[in-house]
Design a protein around this ligand. Structure first.
Ligand SMILES: *Cc1c(COP(=O)(O)O)cnc(C)c1O
Length: 419
């Protein structure tokens, strides 16, 4: 990139950082020395306060309180308390979100609950580009419900054509994990409802990344992760949303004692809890809640409209800068240029993407690679400045100009890119 062009981008970054209302949040997280971390969409940074919170849960709540902490420390109700706090970030009024289990399991529970609410309809509609675990869980559910089948846009027809009067559920991931393309939640939910179907939104790459209004869109079900943009750490529990209007009727087959109306009655027959606890199966993962609590303390201070503005200015700066040399080096933008359609990540395709990403990681710019040819960069507005974007691009260009990536070989060498 020409020196004067680079200087202009540096000036733009300085101005944006100086006016950034979210600049305070970067210091709330631990940043490994010298690293520019553009993978917070896969595993978010550690909130500094999470360490003390974890120690407190271990020493005070567990060490001292022992079993009494189920009541005195609120362990038993923590899943729903955290659900209400998290709900504020995704447009869910209290009483509709539970935190627990994994996203995969919650996908399954939400699918089954939806199928139960639409008896006689046989189709689950999704997309071939959806995250594999979502599709596998749909296949698994379809096998258990006789006559049901999964129809995938991109394989079996278009989304528009597949949604019809035989559709029980439209199950989509709002932000595509490869390209970062955003689905119009309001429009697609409306389209599904017009056909008499229900919707389930996977918010894995939405929660903490973009503004989400589940209640406003009249979504039926939603699920998502906390270890990505929400910084709850590896093993961070997932969440599940069920619209209040469905709560009384919604059932799923993974009924465990924690979802019972009165778990400590230890009764033979199952009666679902009257609140979101009915979506939980087993004992809450209390230790894994600790980092999420610390993270939500930070998120509570974040205005989601400001978050979205910063996300777009980070990704916009990155795209504009890489555009300067992309075509010369065979990089093609795989993320929508249109802001309305762009999540909080930027993906470039390149046939040697795996080797380039390895070289970038060696140069302490951590993004990731998604087969077959996607270099993926996540931009987490709470943990990044525009100056970080400039420095990341400087190293990116240097690697391409020098051809340093060629030393990292071609092909994926049979494994995932572990950083
Ligand atoms: C990351 C991700 C998941 C992960 O599911 P786990 O059960 O946490 O492994 C599920 N769905 C989507 C769309 C994802 O991006």
């Amino acid at each position: 990139m020409q020196t004067h062009a680079f200087a202009a981008f540096e000036a733009r970054a300085r101005a944006l950082d100086a006016a950034d209302p979210l600049a305070w949040s970067k210091a709330e997280f631990h940043h490994p020395e010298g690293l520019i971390y553009l993978d917070g969409n896969s595993l978010g940074l550690l909130p500094k306060a999470a360490v003390a919170r974890m120690v407190d849960v271990m020493q005070r709540e567990w060490g001292e309180g022992l079993i009494a902490s189920w009541n005195t420390a609120g362990w038993f109700t923590r899943s729903l308390a955290l659900g209400d706090r998290l709900g504020k970030l995704i447009g869910a009024a209290p009483g509709q979100v539970a935190v627990g289990d994994s996203t995969s399991l919650n996908v399954f529970k939400a699918i089954c609950a939806a199928l139960g609410l639409r008896p006689g309809r046989r189709k689950i509609v999704s997309e071939a580009s959806n995250f594999p675990t979502d599709i596998y869980m749909m296949d698994g559910a379809a096998q258990l419900y006789p006559g049901h089948e999964v129809k995938l846009a991109g394989r079996d027809g278009s989304l528009e054509d597949l949604i019809d009067e035989d559709t029980a559920l439209v199950a989509l991931t709002q932000v595509d994990f490869r390209s970062g393309r955003i689905h119009d939640m309001a429009a697609l939910t409306k389209r599904a409802h017009e056909a008499g179907a229900l919707v389930m939104w996977d918010l894995a790459h939405s929660a903490g990344a973009i503004e989400v209004d589940l209640d406003g869109c009249e979504a039926d079900f939603a699920v998502g992760c906390t270890y990505k943009y929400l910084n709850a750490g590896p093993g961070g529990p997932a969440f599940i949303y069920c619209a209040r209007r469905h709560l009384k009727e919604a059932r799923h087959p993974l009924i465990g004692w924690i979802g019972h109306a009165d778990p400590f009655a230890f009764s033979v027959g199952f009666e679902p809890a009257h609140d979101m606890r009915r979506f939980l199966s087993g004992t809450p993962v209390v230790l894994s809640f600790a980092p999420l609590e610390a993270s939500l303390d930070i998120w509570e201070k974040v205005d989601m409209a400001e978050l979205r503005r910063k996300s777009l200015s980070l990704t916009g700066l990155f795209i504009d800068m890489v555009d300067q040399f992309a075509s010369r080096h065979g990089l093609a933008l795989a993320t929508p240029r249109e802001e309305r359609l762009r999540g909080s990540q930027v993906s470039w395709s390149h046939p040697e993407g795996f080797a380039i990403m390895k070289a970038l990681i060696a140069d302490k710019v951590v993004g990731d690679f998604r087969a077959p040819d996607i270099l993926r960069f996540g931009f987490t507005p709470l943990t990044l400045s525009h100056a970080d974007v400039v420095e990341a691009v400087r190293r990116f260009e240097r690697i391409l100009e020098s051809g340093a990536w060629r030393a990292y070989g071609a092909g994926r060498e049979g494994g995932a890119l572990v950083t």
